[in-house]
Design a protein around this ligand. Structure first.
Ligand code: MG
Length: 373
């Protein structure tokens, strides 16, 4: 087996699981985490949850599932180049969006607004709640009983007052220490994935045009190269060439910059990683270029009126469902009624956030359309 760097997270030195379990004979603890995530209900639901485009808008657009798989691919690839634990990076990547609501960020914002007086709703925290509490796959305990390292990676950010209530997994936000390098990589792999696939999906949908992207240097540079190399290829093929090259530039920059930082800081162990500042990073030039791309996507894609219309519908559906279930918990399926007896708002938020886009739309019709049962 390939030797890992001294500052890698190693499954044998894991801080362990909340419920003690016998080790697996053939798999490392982080491989087991990855496998548990893949077999969870929440993971399968990602297929029908919006990334930017609602699932029924087209078969080629990213969903939360394909997004998570792309993040896992990038995270593994960077982790391997830096001699870090690929399985941990993959487990975190596949789990990072498990707590996402239907209808993307619009759904999360709407649910957070509904939950304002009940502790709020945040998808990162909900991803942790899914793996710690909500999955029902084991007789002996709730959740998936993942290792500390995967759980802390899932909790990408968290306000200090909330983190203080979470025990060991929230402590780093209180004392200002860092998670594993594998977690830091996954965080940036997430950004690389969505910035690039949103350009791809944005162009494919026709909501953004190639000409507009001329104001994004990272895109323009690579598109010019693709045009020069393949003057007779179709525009679609050149877009794919461009995006492939953009991803390659971002990933290479991330690996190179991080490698230099690791050497400069002379990190010798995971404890050193935790005590240092954030180590995994892009160079200043590429960070600036990524920011231009991000702003472009915000202004031209996420705020496009057709995306806004869909977001507004999503917010309305989430708001209506929340009001209906809070007003009368007898409308909830029986297993959620029992939970609502203990904490009504949290049970309703758990139910709604677990819904896929199409399930939420169907549930909305069942509750509000008189001819629907
Ligand atoms: Mg993500």
């Amino acid at each position: 087996m390939r030797a890992l760097a001294a500052y890698a997270a190693t499954p044998d030195a894991s801080r362990g699981r909340r419920h003690a379990e016998a080790p697996s004979s053939g798999r490392s603890e982080f491989q087991r985490d990855r496998d548990r995530v893949i077999h969870s209900n929440a993971f399968r639901r990602l297929e029908y949850k919006t990334q930017v485009f609602v699932n029924h808008e087209g078969d080629l657009f990213r969903t939360r599932l394909t997004h998570s798989i792309e993040v896992a691919q990038l995270a593994r690839s960077v982790a391997r180049s830096l001699d870090l634990d690929e399985d941990l990076a993959e487990a975190i990547a596949l789990a990072h969006d498990l707590g996402h609501t239907p209808f993307g960020h619009a759904g999360q914002d709407a649910l957070n607004a509904c939950m304002r007086d009940y502790g709020g709703f945040e998808h990162n925290l909900q991803s942790l709640r899914v793996v710690d509490v909500l999955e029902e796959r084991y007789g002996a305990f709730d959740g998936l009983n993942l290792t500390f390292e995967t759980r802390e990676g899932i909790l990408k950010h968290c306000p200090v007052p909330v983190a203080a209530t979470l025990g060991d997994v929230g402590r780093r936000f209180v004392d200002g220490t860092q998670p594993t390098l594998e977690a830091q990589i996954t965080n940036l792999a997430d950004e690389i994935a969505y910035n690039n696939h949103d350009v791809d999906d944005g162009l494919r949908s026709g909501l953004i045009a190639i000409d507009q992207l001329a104001e994004v240097p990272l895109f323009k540079r690579h598109h010019d190269i693709a045009r020069g190399l393949f003057p007779h290829a179709s525009e679609r093929r050149r877009i794919n060439e461009t995006i492939r090259r953009m991803i390659n530039t971002l990933v290479s920059d991330l690996i190179g910059t991080t490698r230099v930082a690791l050497a400069r800081l002379g990190l010798q162990s995971l404890d050193d990683v935790r005590a240092a500042g954030p180590v995994v990073a892009h160079s200043a030039e590429i960070s600036a270029e990524s920011l231009v791309l991000k702003r472009f996507l915000r202004d031209h894609l996420y705020q496009h009126y057709l995306v806004q219309r869909m977001s507004t519908k999503g917010r309305r559906i989430v708001g209506d469902l929340f009001a209906a279930f809070m007003g009368d918990p007898r409308l909830l399926p029986p297993q959620y009624q029992a939970k609502a007896d203990i904490d009504r708002a949290r049970a309703v938020a758990d139910y709604i956030s677990g819904m896929t886009d199409r399930y939420a739309m169907r549930e909305h019709r069942r509750l509000f359309a008189i001819e629907e049962i």
